[in-house]
Design a binder for this molecule. Structure first.
Ligand code: SF4
Ligand code: SF4
Length: 346
């Protein structure tokens, strides 16, 4: 992609967004973060399994070398211990993301563990049937359009399998999480079209964060460009996402300000003060708090593309929130005015 190319190359006619509540309990909690900041350990992650049925080449998890994992009983004992020894201020059991490896390999652990937290998210690769857990926010990770996703994940049939998973569970709240790399940036728009049509509830985006050992491997194989998208190219993709957000609206989880905060002129301010690292828990498969964040000690903070620190910062950045709300109100007014004109003209 060059600077001279238009931001969008495909035509977009998004289907209506699936039932979002006007104001959820979670939105009210967000108001609390806006007013009072983030509670320590309010958000965090648990690595459910040290195994995965796929092996994607960009996966940070398998750079962390786990040899064992807690049994369900050991996890329950750990959560009970946290409940007993920490005050609600220190560990509020507000939200937990169940991740991995592939978490659905160990449904029994999530079945028990999620009862401890008010909100739960499960991040899966979409190859295993989703259990009917309507209280969970589901995230399916996708790495491109059909051809690219299956090439990166080295397995045929998994794109459509994830789509069937969504179709078979129309009542579940499923967000598609797209990690943008040098290898899949070209098909971003097509993937958005595919997943909006497939009935996903929402979509969110990360950029690949360089992991020291993956970069060393890439260089030793002569792949000097690697998966990382340099920041000036990332800025261009962020402009593309902002343009798409104006079309897809609430289908994109992230408010526009998150994309603006990921741009190269602001990103380092956010990652130097990473709320994910300072405010969240990230327990590895043996219950040990990981260094830095969920991505582990080898992640490069200066080139971080994980959306979480940007999203967390966006929930407490009052100036940008006010700007976004005014811009959303202006968009809504324009949409309403266009609707009224169309109705009058018949
Ligand atoms: S599906 Fe997810 S956990 Fe499994 S290898 Fe790929 S990125 Fe890692
Ligand atoms: S890699 Fe990103 S999310 Fe992790 S600690 Fe560094 S800045 Fe935060």
């Amino acid at each position: 992609m060059t600077l001279a190319e238009p931001l969008l190359s495909l035509s977009h006619t998004p289907p209506p967004v699936k039932g979002h509540k006007l104001l959820s309990a979670y939105d009210i909690a967000k108001l609390g973060f806006f007013l009072f900041g983030f509670p320590r350990n309010g958000f965090g992650s648990i690595d459910v399994s040290k195994e995965c049925n796929l092996r994607c080449k960009h996966c940070y998890f398998f750079e962390q070398d786990y040899e064992s994992e807690f049994s369900v009983e050991q996890w329950v004992a750990k959560l009970e211990d946290l409940k007993r020894t920490r005050s609600r201020l220190e560990f509020p059991f507000f939200q937990c993301t169940w991740v991995g490896g592939e978490p659905l390999i160990r449904k029994d652990l999530i079945e028990r563990g999620r009862k401890y937290f008010r909100y739960n998210t499960v991040v899966t690769n979409g190859t295993i049937p989703l259990p009917e857990w309507p209280d969970v926010n589901w995230y399916i990770s996708i790495d491109g359009d059909e051809e690219t996703h299956e090439r990166i994940r080295n397995k045929k049939g998994i794109y459509k399998r994830a789509m069937r998973n969504i179709a078979e569970h129309p009542d579940l709240n499923v967000t598609i999480a797209y990690c943008i790399t040098r290898g899949n940036v070209h098909c971003l728009e097509q993937a958005i079209i595919d997943w909006a049509a497939a009935g996903a509830t929402r979509m969110t985006f990360d950029f690949y964060t360089p992991i020291e050992t993956i970069e060393e491997r890439e260089q030793s194989c002569g792949d000097s460009e690697g998966l990382f998208l340099p920041l000036h190219e990332r800025d261009r993709v962020l402009d593309q996402l902002i343009a798409l957000k104006k079309i897809y609206g609430d289908f994109f989880v992230l408010p526009e300000r998150v994309f603006r905060m990921m741009k190269s002129d602001v990103a380092k301010q956010v990652t130097d003060n990473c709320l994910f690292a300072t405010k969240s828990f990230a327990f590895g498969p043996t219950g040990v708090q990981k260094e830095k964040c969920m991505m582990g000690p080898k992640a490069d903070c200066d080139r971080c593309g994980c959306v979480v620190p940007f999203y967390m910062a966006s929930l407490t950045d009052r100036r940008r929130i006010v700007e976004d709300v005014s811009s959303e109100l202006r968009h809504a007014a324009r949409r309403a005015a266009r609707g009224a004109v169309t109705a009058i003209l018949g």
